[in-house]
Design a protein around this ligand. Structure first.
Ligand SMILES: C[S@@+](CC[C@H](N)C(=O)[O-])C[C@H]1O[C@@H](n2cnc3c(N)ncnc32)[C@H](O)[C@@H]1O
Length: 508
């Protein structure tokens, strides 16, 4: 019976609904009391306390209710018509997006406008009708198969044009390099010149006139003070002011001439036909042989110091050569050229040759410090004519003849170099070159006995190289440009055939 009652009470408790709200989280229930009320089963034990906390659901519910009230409150428009806070916030966010978008659109529009403008920028510019081709054969590029005859145009003239352009450009570059090097050398004090002649085209042999004969011409533009070439002597003999009376010296000169003629007869005869004729009775060689020798850099340039200037050939024509040599033969008619000249004739030929072609080295006493041009840079010291001075009072020096340098002709130094008539661009003012024979205090690279030719002023390619022989008695009627210009200035007119005995420069 008791078990039934307990069971019934348990079921009744389970069936009782749970109270929705607890008054306190510490609320307790006493089952003992209920036993007391409902049962006859009396116990004296303390009733059990059971903890029943409030669930989280209740808090969530409260939060949702309060939140909804808040949202409802802020979403309601103000009584005075102002927009709600949410509305204002949404407006702020959408405005900032709109501004960002607008600035992007403006940038894009500006970029498109600029591109459109740039596209038209060069529309108005006149286009070149000239195109530089890397190589002219580009015209003929195409398929090598099934090409009908005559399809490709003949572009030989185009090739020639571009080859010419190429050569001109190379010459321009060489000139520019040389001018730059010369300008650099010029920047140094003239007393301490240290640059040797450049290893570039320097000179060629040309023809001046039948009376003057050969001359040396610039093979490229030369800058002022530039060293042009550096050459070893072809022959050297002792010399003094009384050499005509000094048999030993004359014999040494004759020996030098003989040795030079014997060593390379075809070269010596081609370059110095007058000497070969008078000294050895050798008639001028045919033009073809002579031209071959004069045009040969290996022959004519063999005395040049390697790397110090280059010989670049000859421009003497057959007519010029024949007009020149035909004058030499009658002059050597005594004794007849068919016979070997006698000893006197050889001596005279030798003396004349040295007088007209030789350079004196500086005296040995000053040779290490004083250049041969120390007294006057433009005037080489003259070889005096034969005189009756006692050999004992004469100064004996070395006299040298050069293959190229001895072909440089004389030009008088004008008395008024600044005169407009004497400073025309083509002929310049006076001689354009000077020379030094080493050893020299001015240019350490000039080797002993070698001659170094230097430009006194800028020289254009093709211009004749000249210097002032500086001798009062030259032994020829001067036909230099200075004399021609002087004559023209005096109103005498230019005599193309030479100045002859009327020249004011004729000093015999
Ligand atoms: C050193 S050589 C010069 C080379 C020479 N033209 C030749 O063909 O062999 C000097 C000789 O050239 C000639 N000569 C040089 N300059 C001259 C000038 N201004 N007028 C006339 N003849 C000149 C004279 O015959 C002179 O004796």
């Amino acid at each position: 019976m008791s078990a039934l009652r307990q069971r019934a009470a348990l079921l009744a408790r389970m069936a009782r609904p749970v109270r929705p709200f607890a008054v306190s989280t510490q609320a307790t229930r006493s089952y003992g009391a209920s036993h007391d009320h409902h049962g006859d089963h009396h116990h004296h034990e303390a009733p059990h306390n059971v903890e029943e906390p409030l669930g989280t659901g209740i808090f969530l519910l409260i939060a949702v209710v309060l939140g909804s009230a808040g949202v409802y409150h802020i979403s309601r428009p103000h009584p005075n018509g102002e927009p709600t806070e949410i509305h204002k916030w949404l407006e702020r966010v959408s405005n900032s997006y709109a501004e960002d978008l607008e600035s992007k659109s403006q940038l894009l529009a500006a970029a498109i406008e600029q591109a459109a403008h740039d596209r038209h920028l060069l529309y108005g510019v006149q286009r070149t009708s000239h195109y530089d081709l890397r190589y002219p054969e580009v015209f003929a590029h195409g398929s090598p198969y099934n090409v009908p005859a005559g399809h490709y145009p003949n572009i030989d003239h185009v090739v020639a044009h571009y080859k010419q352009k190429y050569h001109e450009e190379e010459v321009r570059k060489a000139n520019k390099l040389a001018a730059a090097a010369a300008a650099a050398a010029q920047a140094e004090p003239s007393h301490f010149l240290s640059r040797a002649p450049l290893n570039l085209p320097a000179v060629r042999i040309g023809f001046v006139s039948p009376a003057v004969g050969y001359g040396l011409f610039a093979a490229r533009d030369l800058a002022q003070d530039e060293f042009v070439f550096h050459e070893a002597p072809l022959m050297t003999a002792r010399f003094n002011e009384a050499f005509a009376a000094d048999k030993a010296l004359v014999q040494s000169q004759a020996a030098a001439c003989r040795a030079a003629l014997a060593a390379r007869p075809e070269v010596t005869a081609a370059v110095f036909p007058g000497l070969a004729l008078r000294f050895a009775g050798v008639l001028p060689a045919p033009y073809d042989d002579v031209e071959r020798v004069l045009d040969d850099p290996a022959e004519m340039g063999r005395n040049l110091v390697a790397g110090h200037g280059q010989f670049t050939g000859c421009t003497v024509t057959r007519e010029q050569y024949e007009a020149y040599t035909i004058r030499l033969v009658p002059a050597a008619a005594q004794p007849p050229p068919s016979q070997q000249p006698d000893a006197d004739a050889r001596r005279d030929a030798c003396l004349t040759f040295f007088k007209n072609y030789a350079f004196q080295a500086p005296p040995s006493s000053s040779s290490t410090t004083t250049p041969s041009t120390s007294t006057s840079p433009s005037r080489p010291p003259p070889l005096p004519p034969p005189s009756s001075t006692s050999p004992s009072t004469a100064t004996t020096r070395q006299a040298s003849i050069y293959l190229l340098a001895s072909l440089i002709n004389h030009r008088c130094t004008p008395s008024h170099p600044s005169s407009p008539n004497t400073s025309s661009s083509s002929s310049g003012s006076g001689p354009n070159c000077t020379w030094r024979i080493g050893p020299s205090g001015l240019a350490h690279f000039v080797r002993p006995g070698h001659i170094c030719v230097q430009a006194r002023r800028p020289i254009r390619a093709g211009e004749q190289l000249t210097w002032d022989y500086g001798k009062r008695e030259k032994g020829f009627a001067c036909e230099c440009d200075t004399c021609r210009l002087r004559l023209r200035r005096r109103g005498g007119g230019l005599l193309m055939g030479g100045l002859g005995a009327s020249s004011s420069c004729k000093v015999l």
